[in-house]
Design a protein around this ligand. Structure first.
Ligand code: SAH
Length: 245
């Protein structure tokens, strides 16, 4: 049996947002590897071994997947959303780079998924309709100073922004600081969309002005979309026009 590793995105939650390509590859897998809640989204069946692992062990998980593929297994590494956005695809390449030379001839593929920022932006309208950037607000893998620097420069350049991992129990003060930096750089009317648990039964969308935003509006199931200075409301929607006059 020839092994392979496919890193696949499961989308934001709803099975209707899993691409047919990802569904097909899961049907061919012998092993699925990933963070516990994501692996639980994959249906169990005969011939499929599910390997659930904890948060923050991405490199171990990726190394395990590559080992299994080298032994001939057909391994799918699952991420939520898109696997290339603050997720497992980079972890697999880091493990590949650190591993034995022979791994470079393994069959490794990445299948995209619908990232939380796109699902959240679509629910609100078209928040990311012009230039935008995505920032991971977790300081697990980078210094907090760098997060603040990127935030400040992105606000100055008038990008719309998508924030992932905005607020956790381990970093309760971080998102409050993010709002302070935004208040220094942007006008109080700036629109912010808090899109929580998009495409699940717990979905909630909250659109506020920067002046009214509070840290409690975000949690780890929320993607925060900050409009540019052009972002506006039309009816119930929030959108960013395609042009800057
Ligand atoms: N690879 C994923 C992101 C993983 S980081 C993607 O492309 O979407 C985890 C963060 O993603 C969460 O803290 C949250 O900010 C965001 N997120 C994931 N699923 C979400 C959903 N259904 N609704 C809102 N935000 C979500």
């Amino acid at each position: 049996m020839t092994g392979w590793v496919v890193v696949a995105g499961l989308g934001p939650g709803d099975t209707a947002m899993v691409t047919p390509e990802v569904t097909d590859i899961l049907a061919q897998a012998t092993d699925v590897v990933g963070y516990i809640p994501y692996v639980r989204r994959v249906a169990a069946r005969d011939g499929l071994t599910l390997h659930e692992s904890d948060n923050r062990v991405e490199l171990d998980r990726a190394t395990h997947a590559l080992h299994m593929a080298a032994e001939g297994k057909r391994v799918v590494v699952v991420s939520s959303g898109d696997p290339g956005v603050f997720a497992m695809a980079s972890a697999v390449f880091e493990a590949l780079e650190a591993g034995p030379l022979g791994w470079l001839s393994l069959d490794v593929r990445v299948l995209p998924g619908i990232s939380a920022m796109f699902a959240g932006s679509a629910r609100a309208g078209a928040v990311l309709g012009h230039d935008f950037c995505a920032i991971n607000l977790s300081d697990n893998l980078k210094p907090w100073d760098l997060i603040e620097k990127r935030l400040r420069l992105a606000a100055e350049a008038d990008f719309a922004m998508a924030f992932y991992n905005p607020r956790s129990k381990a970093r309760p003060e971080g998102f409050g600081r993010v709002l302070e930096v935004l208040r220094e750089a942007c006008e109080p009317e700036r629109l912010i969309v808090f899109a929580r648990a998009v495409s699940t039964a717990e979905e909630a969308l909250n659109v506020v002005r920067l002046a009214d935003a509070t840290p409690e509006m975000a949690d780890m199931r929320t993607v925060v979309l900050v409009g540019s200075s052009r972002t506006r409301r039309v009816g119930d929607w929030v959108y960013t026009p395609r042009s800057v006059e």
